[in-house]
Design a binder for this molecule. Structure first.
Ligand SMILES: CC(C)(COP(=O)(O)OP(=O)(O)OC[C@H]1O[C@@H](n2cnc3c(N)ncnc32)[C@H](O)[C@@H]1OP(=O)(O)O)[C@@H](O)C(=O)NCCC(=O)NCCS
Length: 155
């Protein structure tokens, strides 16, 4: 099997809409409501065009397996932080793909900017914590609104 990351583009909209509609993804997201297609179009526009938002489709043998992305911490605080998140289609989970993709994306981001890279993970989300830990993130000892704060540290 070969794995690659490719920058998000418009033609990925079917993939991202399916990922955004995944019940596990909705449970872990800030907004739990299922996306409408129009709402998702707006979301997609931002993630494809805004400089502060970077997203990569995770490909297994050229087929979409998931999405890893990072936002720049809000346009009002340009010098703040990146916040990374990930979602895989259920069939691709539990095989180490998430930790690989997070590590790759974090390495690319760390090479482009000095801003710290954070992840905020719900306390019960063992799989996400495991994946981020394996990719080089460490728990900062802080829980904010039920979300554990992790930060990327390069070896
Ligand atoms: C979070 C998610 C991307 C993890 O994907 P995954 O493919 O299971 O992750 P990995 O296979 O890379 O697992 C990484 C590590 O997590 C640990 N892990 C996985 N599932 C676990 C579980 N249920 N309990 C405890 N640890 C677990 C393992 O230690 C694994 O390491 P290993 O390869 O040494 O066994 C996937 O479950 C998902 O898409 N969930 C829905 C969306 C979501 O929760 N996103 C996170 C928001 S930040």
């Amino acid at each position: 099997m070969s794995y690659t990351l490719r920058r998000l583009r418009w033609r990925d909209i079917r993939t991202t809409y399916r990922l955004a509609s995944d019940p596990d993804e909705r449970r872990e997201a800030k907004d739990h409501t299922m996306p409408t297609f129009w709402g998702h179009l707006k979301w997609m526009w931002r993630w494809v065009h805004w400089h502060e938002l970077r997203a990569w489709v995770i490909l297994e043998d050229g087929k979409p397996a998931g999405l890893v992305r990072a936002h720049g911490g809000g346009i009002w605080l340009p010098f703040s932080r990146h916040v990374m998140s990930i979602v895989l289609f259920p069939a691709y989970r539990g095989r180490g793909i998430a930790s690989w993709a997070i590590g790759e994306a974090a390495e690319v981001l760390a090479g482009q900017t000095d801003r710290p890279i954070f992840a905020y993970i719900r306390k019960g989300n063992r799989a996400s914590m495991g994946a981020f830990r394996k990719a080089g993130f460490r728990f900062m000892g802080r829980v904010i609104d039920g979300l554990s704060q992790f930060v990327y540290t390069e070896d």
